[in-house]
Design a protein around this ligand. Structure first.
Ligand code: NAP
Length: 425
């Protein structure tokens, strides 16, 4: 299949994914008792896991792939730990070793059936954010993965699917004549430009829109660049993150684009906002479209503030006109973090604020009423974050231990899912 045919093929949701005939009660996003989270060993998913445990009383099943899944999950939670935050009770945490790109999420049929019967809401935070990958590679985690999660959401009982998306799906929107983006803007594939990551996230949204048209309850949370939190150490996995790549590339290039702004928010705000918005959804939002939410700070981070913070940590950073900055980046593109940044032009508009249509952010008042507000990064905080980010390149971070019960929770088998269910009933 050539790449155009592959894209056209991927944009059509499998006919088999339909609302099931089931006697199970409809999903209840407001007071979930059992939820499945993907991506919990990742940057945002690790925070989501923590927020779900803190904000809800649900059992949180985390689908984790690869070796040592439970130990890796606990390590991530330790890295995401807020020293000022409440003790985290991880007795409601259940690790499910699996892989969302595989049939039945890589689970044994009986485990898959049991989990599908129990779970009411799915938080799909897992994805690949490898911005250098071509579409044919990244479609596996980001498109096949979403299809498998939609299949799971319709197996045995209907579940609410909360999906994390990216504003990268709009990086070429301005060039397509889009004047502004709001929560009703349905992405056209052309708005994503040629990059594999942006296209894969756009195709995923297309599939969610089709699922919603078939009656599946779905919500989309669009996030942008996720900056570290002021209240937690920069996690070791931050080495792989956009924010860290960008800070390192700016340091290497020695300049920021003048007047630039970074579209995004802190990872902790994204996590709290997604969780809060998800539990505020009406009990029966079976509209023909997903419930879409923009999760960004409406006051973006000025790159000049970032430059000032970098200067305070001893890095000489100039401010250059955007065109000159791009030339400087091109001159450094053969090595180091600038090489990684230069290989992902499809997100430059998010990082520089240039060429991006204005974004409408709804839901801020509702979030504020629930005590959830964007975290602003003042000079001292930015200085510490940039220092930690640059420092984590060479030194190993020393994640703090979880308060309260440590290293409990469980790795589940069918029996354990059943036991868990019996315990709770
Ligand atoms: N980071 C940002 O600035 C940013 C910006 C915009 C949107 N987003 C979106 O936010 C979401 C989370 O991103 P992130 O930054 O947290 O990414 P991340 O740190 O790279 O985490 C990705 C997570 O997905 C898991 N995963 C990937 N493939 C999997 C598979 N086949 N089966 C099971 N788990 C799998 C990873 O597991 P392993 O630990 O095993 O690799 C990891 O837990 C994504 O949807 C991304 O598109 C992020």
């Amino acid at each position: 299949m050539n790449s155009d045919d592959l894209l056209a093929h991927d944009m059509v949701l499998d006919e088999e994914i339909r609302v099931p005939d089931s006697t199970a009660p409809p999903p209840t996003p407001r007071v979930p008792q059992e939820v499945l989270l993907t991506g919990a060993t990742g940057y945002l998913g690790g925070r989501m896991c923590r927020t779900l445990l803190e904000r809800t009383s649900a059992t949180v099943y985390c689908l984790v792939r690869g070796a040592r899944p439970h130990a890796r999950l606990v390590e991530r939670l330790e890295a995401a730990h807020d020293p000022q935050g409440p003790d985290l009770d991880i007795s409601r945490l259940v690790t499910v070793p699996g892989d969302f790109t595989r049939q039945r999420l890589g689970l044994d049929p009986d485990v898959y059936d049991e989990l599908a019967s129990r779970v009411e809401s799915v938080y799909h935070c897992g994805a690949s954010i490898d911005l250098g990958d071509p579409y044919r590679v990244i479609r596996v985690p980001n498109v096949v993965g979403v299809t498998q999660m939609l299949r799971f959401a319709t197996h045995r009982r209907l579940k609410f699917l909360h999906h994390t998306s990216s504003f990268a799906i709009f990086v070429a929107a301005a060039g397509c004549g889009v004047q502004a983006i709001d929560e009703t803007t349905r992405p056209a594939i052309a708005y994503a430009g040629p990059g594999g990551y942006a296209r894969s996230k756009s195709v995923a949204e297309h599939l969610l829109y089709q699922a919603a048209e078939r009656g599946l309850p779905t919500a989309i949370y669009r996030v942008a660049v996720l900056a570290p939190d002021p209240d937690s150490p920069v996690p070791p996995s931050a080495a792989a993150q956009l924010f860290a790549t960008y800070v390192r590339a700016l340091t290497q290039v020695g300049a920021v684009p003048e007047g630039g702004e970074m579209v995004g928010c802190t990872v902790g705000y994204a996590s709290r906002a997604i969780t809060e918005l998800s539990v505020q959804l009406p009990a029966e939002p079976f509209a023909a479209a997903p419930s879409v939410h923009h999760v960004i700070d409406p006051s973006p981070l000025a790159l000049e503030d970032l430059a000032r913070a970098l200067r305070s940590t001893g890095h000489p950073i100039a401010s250059l006109a955007p065109e000159q900055w791009l030339e400087r980046l091109a001159a450094h593109r053969s090595r180091g973090p600038a090489r990684r940044l230069a290989a992902m032009p499809d997100i430059w508009p998010l990082l520089t604020g240039a060429f991006f249509p204005p974004i409408h952010v709804g839901g801020l008042q509702r979030l504020a009423a629930a005590g959830v507000a964007p975290t602003s990064l003042d000079h001292d905080t930015l200085t510490r974050i940039t220092h930690d980010t640059l420092g984590s390149e060479t030194s190993q971070s020393n994640p703090k231990e979880l308060h309260g019960r440590r290293r409990t929770g469980a790795v589940c088998s069918t029996e354990q899912i059943s036991e868990k269910s019996r315990d709770q009933s």
